[in-house]
Design a protein around this ligand. Structure first.
Ligand SMILES: NC(=O)C1=CN([C@@H]2O[C@H](COP(=O)(O)OP(=O)(O)OC[C@H]3O[C@@H](n4cnc5c(N)ncnc54)[C@H](OP(=O)(O)O)[C@@H]3O)[C@@H](O)[C@H]2O)C=CC1
Ligand SMILES: CC(=O)N[C@@H](CCC(=O)OP(=O)(O)O)C(=O)O
Length: 395
């Protein structure tokens, strides 16, 4: 066990000290005749904060940004040094999100006033479109996990078609690695810019990619019915997200044309090594968070449901966050609320030769901020599950 002597408390040594730590240290100084010994063992009673990585969150006044903050409260290595907002710039985070007021956090600033030399990595939680412009202006060596859709589609003309504007940072698009952690872990580990997947595409690709890779399902007639909590639409005011519009009913939207279809098809086509087109219909549900995808597939000739089940079991047996449930158990969003888990199960359809696959995630965690943290952990060499070991908030 090693010890380090300090003559004064140092704030710029690459170590973060929370207020509580400073109080503890002042007490320790008194007990040691003014000389401060900071024990470097993690188990030390006089523990210093190990939050040595300086994190910026761009768009911290939104839902995914605030979810990153919730997760980082439990992260032993990532300390927050920069929070940005647009309309809410200049405010303390506690005035926007009172539940975050218990953390010692910087105030929200406008991006133009952000000092990027004070951060080692950023979570970019901004609307698509705006994101490209901002990421383009970031220091070139800054690690970035982008939660928007701006760097997900490899083909920039496809981006233009689905997002209605030209891509202004095609070089960054080429550099970006798609952040579906369990599938692209090795690439993510070495990436500087990660395009974190959309929530629907996460819930669909996790069950289907292993089955397509193993040629166990047909490429045609993949039908996906997905349902999302309203937080998936972000925090800014929209008529369609008013309580009166959402409560006590469900609503399909983006029917035949949702921008997550091409993103999902890109990942499924990579897995199948041939072009896949899906039927995809999302629905808005009267709940704040949670997402379910019910997926109807044709099994390949000579393949049974048991083969699908065993393939998923083998593919995810060493994964912490993707869980194949016991046979017959129906995944439900309650079981993943507030967590980074994706729960999956496979059922035989009544129509012979077809299977029904159900997956659930929390759209704000595995569908956004949790997977983003999983990715940044990997990119910075920390265990992937750091700060992510939550059980579901149930009931
Ligand atoms: N919500 C979800 O479940 C998921 C969201 N995503 C994606 O993550 C990103 C963030 O989503 P979410 O947190 O829900 O969105 P919100 O609308 O809740 O938050 C958006 C954030 O961006 C800031 N902002 C808006 N416009 C600008 C601008 N022009 N310049 C600088 N900052 C700006 C807002 O600041 P202010 O509040 O001050 O205006 C706010 O902090 C989006 O691209 C979204 O599509 C991805 C997966 C799931
Ligand atoms: C309920 C709801 O509105 N959900 C959003 C998807 C959220 C998400 O993943 O968006 P990004 O692709 O921008 O990251 C939507 O359908 O557009």
């Amino acid at each position: 066990m090693s010890s380090v002597a300090f003559n004064s408390i140092c704030f710029d040594s690459g170590c973060f000290w929370k207020i509580q730590d400073v109080v503890k240290i002042s007490k320790a100084r008194k007990q040691n005749g003014g000389k401060l010994f900071v024990n470097c063992s993690l188990n030390s009673k006089m523990q210093t904060s190990q939050k040595t990585v300086r994190i910026g969150i761009l768009g911290a006044s939104g839902y995914t940004g605030s979810e990153v903050l919730r997760l980082l409260a439990n992260h032993p290595h990532f300390g927050v040094t920069l929070l940005t907002a647009d309309r809410k710039a200049g405010q303390p985070i506690a005035s926007v999100f009172p539940h975050l007021g218990t953390q010692d956090l910087p105030d929200l600033v406008a991006i133009k006033d952000a000092n990027f030399s004070e951060v080692d990595a950023v979570f970019c939680c901004l609307p698509h479109g705006t994101t490209q412009e901002i990421v383009k202006g970031l220091p070139k060596d800054l690690k970035c996990v982008d939660l928007s859709a701006d760097f997900r589609l490899r083909d920039t003309s496809e981006y233009e078609e689905w997002y209605g504007q030209p891509h202004i940072a095609p070089d960054l698009q080429k550099e970006a690695v798609y952040g579906l952690t369990e599938i692209l872990r090795d690439e993510i580990r070495n990436a500087r810019l990660v395009a974190n997947p959309g929530c629907y595409p996460t819930s669909i690709q996790l069950p289907l990619v292993p089955l397509l890779k193993a040629n166990l399902i047909e490429h045609r007639n993949i039908i996906i019915d997905s349902k999302s909590g309203v937080s998936g639409a972000g925090r800014s005011a929209k008529e369609s997200n008013l309580f009166t519009e959402v409560a006590e009913g469900i609503c399909s939207y983006g029917v035949t044309r949702h921008r997550h279809a091409p993103e999902t098809e890109q990942g499924l086509s990579d897995a199948a090594r041939s072009n896949i087109t899906i039927s995809f219909t999302p629905h808005l549900m009267p709940m704040t968070r949670g997402m379910q995808s019910t997926i109807y597939v044709e099994v390949a000739p000579g393949v049974g449901i048991e083969d699908l089940y065993q393939q998923l079991k083998t593919s995810y047996q060493d994964e912490e966050f993707v869980v194949l449930l016991e046979k017959g158990i129906v995944p439900r969003t309650h079981s993943v609320r507030g967590t980074n888990y994706c729960l999956i199960n496979v059922f035989p359809d009544r129509i012979p030769g077809r299977a029904i696959i159900i997956s659930v995630i929390d759209n704000l965690v595995k569908g956004a901020s949790g997977q983003a943290l999983q990715n940044l952990n990997l990119m910075l060499g920390y265990p992937e599950n750091t700060g992510l070991k939550f059980q579901a908030l149930f009931p």
